[in-house]
Design a protein around this ligand. Structure first.
Ligand SMILES: [Zn+2]
Ligand SMILES: [Zn+2]
Length: 256
C-alpha cells in the first residue's frame, strides 16, 4: 500500500515537472502519448475493471446504472476541470480575467476525479478477496496492470495540469497545486481502504464507487479518442498507437 502511495505520488510529480521545465513541449508528441495512455485506460477498463465488477455482483443491472452515473459525473467534473483529466490543454494566456476562481474550480474538479480514481487501487485488497473468498491477499490477478494503466493516465493528467497552470500562476504556486493534485489519488486509495477496514463502508458501497470510476474512465478515454482527431480524418499513427496500447494491455493482463 505504501509502495503504491509513493509510486502514484511521484509519477504525478515527475510528469508534472516535465511540463514545468519544458514549457515549449511539442504538442504533437504530447498528443501521441495521450492517445497511448487513453487507449491503455480504455483497454484495462474493458478488459479488467468491468468484467470484475460484473462477475462479482448479484445485480448486474444496478452495476450498469452506477457506470452510467459515473459517466455523467465525469461530464459534470469536466465543467470544473476544463478537461485536464483527459489531457486537454487550454493555452490560457489570452483570458486573464476570472482567473483565480478558474484555478480553484479546476482544482476541485480534478481533485475529486483523482481522489475517486485512487479508491480503485484498494480494489485488490478488497474486491478480489470478496470475490474469490480468499483470506489475506494472495490472489492479485491483474492488479499490477490496473496500477500501470492508472499510472499511464496519471502522467498526461499531471502534465496537462501544469501546462494549463504555468501560463497563469507563479511557478511555485503551480508546484504547490501539483503536489495537492499528486496527493489526491493516494489519499483516495488510503481513505477508502481505511474506511473499509474499519467497517465504515461495506463492499456494496465500494462497488458503487468502482462502477462510477469505471464510467468516468469510459468518458475520459473515449473523449481522448474524439479530441485526438477532431477533423475525423484517418490518422494511421494514432490508430497504430491505439492497437499497440491494446496489445500491450492484453499481454500484461495475461502475464500479471
Ligand atoms: Zn477536452
Ligand atoms: Zn485521473
Amino acid at each position: 500500500m505504501l509502495g503504491n502511495f509513493l509510486i502514484l505520488f511521484f509519477t504525478a510529480i515527475a510528469a508534472g515537472s516535465l511540463a514545468y521545465f519544458i514549457p515549449n513541449w511539442q504538442q504533437r508528441y504530447f498528443k501521441l502519448v495521450l492517445v497511448f495512455a487513453g487507449s491503455y485506460l480504455f483497454a484495462i477498463t474493458v478488459l479488467h475493471i468491468l468484467p470484475e465488477l460484473f462477475v462479482g455482483t448479484d445485480d448486474a443491472t444496478n452495476m450498469g446504472l452506477y457506470i452510467l452515473l459515473g459517466f455523467l459525473l465525469q461530464q459534470v467534473l469536466e465543467l470544473f476541470s476544463s478537461g485536464v483529466e483527459h489531457g486537454h490543454i487550454h493555452h490560457g494566456g489570452h483570458h486573464h480575467h476570472g482567473l483565480q476562481s478558474g484555478v480553484f474550480t479546476l482544482m476541485i474538479g480534478l481533485f475529486l476525479h483523482a481522489f475517486l480514481e485512487g479508491t480503485l487501487l484498494s480494489q485488490d485488497g478488497i474486491l478480489s478477496d470478496h470475490l474469490h473468498g480468499h483470506e489475506g491477499h494472495s490472489h492479485s490477478h491483474g492488479s499490477n496492470n490496473l496500477l500501470f494503466g492508472i499510472l499511464l493516465h496519471k502522467g498526461p493528467e499531471a502534465f496537462a495540469l501544469v501546462a494549463v497552470l504555468v501560463g497563469s500562476l507563479k511557478k511555485r504556486w503551480v508546484f504547490v497545486l501539483l503536489v495537492v493534485f499528486a496527493l489526491a489519488s493516494p489519499l483516495g486509495m488510503l481513505l477508502s481502504s481505511l474506511l473499509y477496514e474499519q467497517s465504515f463502508i461495506g463492499s456494496g458501497a465500494l462497488r458503487v464507487i468502482y462502477g462510477m470510476v469505471a464510467g468516468g474512465f469510459l468518458h475520459i478515454s473515449t473523449t481522448i479518442f474524439f479530441e485526438s482527431s477532431p477533423d475525423h480524418r484517418f490518422h494511421l499513427n494514432k490508430v497504430l498507437i491505439s492497437v499497440f496500447a491494446f496489445a500491450l494491455a492484453i499481454s500484461f493482463e495475461m502475464i500479471f
